[in-house]
Design a protein around this ligand. Structure first.
Ligand code: SF4
Length: 377
């Protein structure tokens, strides 16, 4: 086995295949339901599991253990942020987002410890990348929130959005494996149509998703439609210009039939000009998509500010006047650092001092937008 594999990263089908003759498919289904759905921490509680099969599974794959270090509930809105410790001591953040429909929640998950994308306006971007999350570590974030909702009687997990720490298309194999488990009826049974993968625009990753004809949703963080400005804010623009990203999004839409969600974080005086609105409208023309405008959230040490109400209204109205299907989106959890762009744990933040930014076009990979808002309903 791979030393970091754990049972929570397996579908029943994969588990049965891994174990071969030692495990039957019904036994595999009961094991995954016990561990992923019910949070079982030992296989002794699995019904109708032969002792030989249990021992074979225990020898092949342990049950992974994570720990909730901190739970902060917003005083302003019903957002909750969790700090979760992984087995190697790394800490990630996960956000529970309420939907308008009572009793339904979206879980904003992290896909990496830190992020290599280095977006200038994002707290996670100041951390650098420590490592990718394993599939089971992504699944565990959703499982923990689902278990809490079930125990408190508050509701259930309706959807998942990959908009926490990290660029999911930079860790796509593990993200896809986690989505399989989350959407499996024996796993967390989240409808794949309610799972959104958000990226800053890694074209090969978008094309890979398009080729899969997946039912998941794609979200793209634009930040600016003007090359020079976007390049100064999103280093990946140097590798994958936004025009190529939008073309890839079109291919995704054509293959999957899914509407692409574009997100635009408004930074007052930076990307709220009329020229920017015009460039954005031009970029998205003939693209079947929905554009969400969201206020950039203050992050200590970063030289940006949210838009004024006048800037926000003018930008929105100019886009709407040009026929762009644009909506305003609320980003909650600001008081607990759970809003879009604010996720960054102190332990990992220390690994890369604030102000140490990657140059445009530099290394690594791709990105989404560090979160806590949701387009789902
Ligand atoms: S916005 Fe997304 S891709 Fe960019 S640094 Fe933050 S987490 Fe990474």
């Amino acid at each position: 086995m791979h030393p970091t594999d754990r049972l929570q990263g397996e579908t029943p089908e994969r588990l049965a295949e891994r174990l071969g003759d030692a495990l039957t498919p019904p036994e595999a289904r009961r094991i995954i339901a016990h561990v992923v759905q019910r949070g079982g921490d030992s296989l002794l509680g699995v019904q109708q599991l032969r002792t030989t099969a249990r021992k074979a599974v225990e020898a092949e794959l342990p049950i992974g253990q994570v720990k909730v270090l901190d739970r902060q509930a917003s005083q302003e809105d019903p957002f909750v942020k969790f700090a979760i410790a992984l087995p190697d001591g790394a800490v990630i953040e996960t956000v529970r987002i309420p939907l308008e429909r009572k009793g339904r929640y979206v879980v904003c998950v992290s896909s990496q410890v830190g992020c290599a994308m280095g977006c200038a306006f994002c707290a996670t971007g100041t951390m650098g990348l420590s490592r990718n999350l394993e599939a089971w570590e992504i699944v565990e974030q959703v499982r923990l929130v689902a278990a809490e909702l079930r125990a408190s009687g508050e509701g259930r997990v309706h959807g998942v959005v990959f908009q926490g720490m990290g660029e999911p298309l930079h860790n796509l194999d593990n993200v896809l494996q986690a989505i399989e488990v989350m959407s499996n009826p024996c796993g967390l049974a989240v409808d794949a149509r309610n799972i959104t993968v958000c990226t800053v625009g890694i074209v090969p990753g978008i094309d890979r998703l398009a080729g899969m004809r997946t039912r998941i949703r794609l979200g793209i963080s634009i930040t600016s439609a003007q090359t020079a400005l976007r390049r100064s804010l999103v280093p990946m623009e140097g590798k994958y210009p936004i025009q190529e990203v939008v073309e890839a999004a079109k291919r995704f839409h054509e293959r999957s039939g899914r509407l692409v969600m574009f997100a635009y974080a408004l930074m007052g005086g930076v990307n709220t000009t009329d020229a920017e609105a015009d460039a954005l409208a031009e970029l998205l023309k003939r693209m079947p998509a929905r554009l969400s405008l969201i206020d950039w959230n203050p992050i200590a040490g970063l030289p940006y500010r949210p838009p004024t109400p006048e800037e926000r209204d003018r930008f929105h109205d100019r886009l709407a006047g040009m026929g762009v299907p644009v909506i305003r989106r609320y980003s909650g959890g600001k008081d607990i650092g759970a809003a879009c762009g604010q996720l960054a744990t102190e332990s990992t933040r220390k690994s890369r001092p604030r102000g140490t930014r990657r140059e445009p076009g530099a290394p690594a990979s791709e990105a989404g937008e560090t979160s806590a808002s949701s387009d789902q309903d």
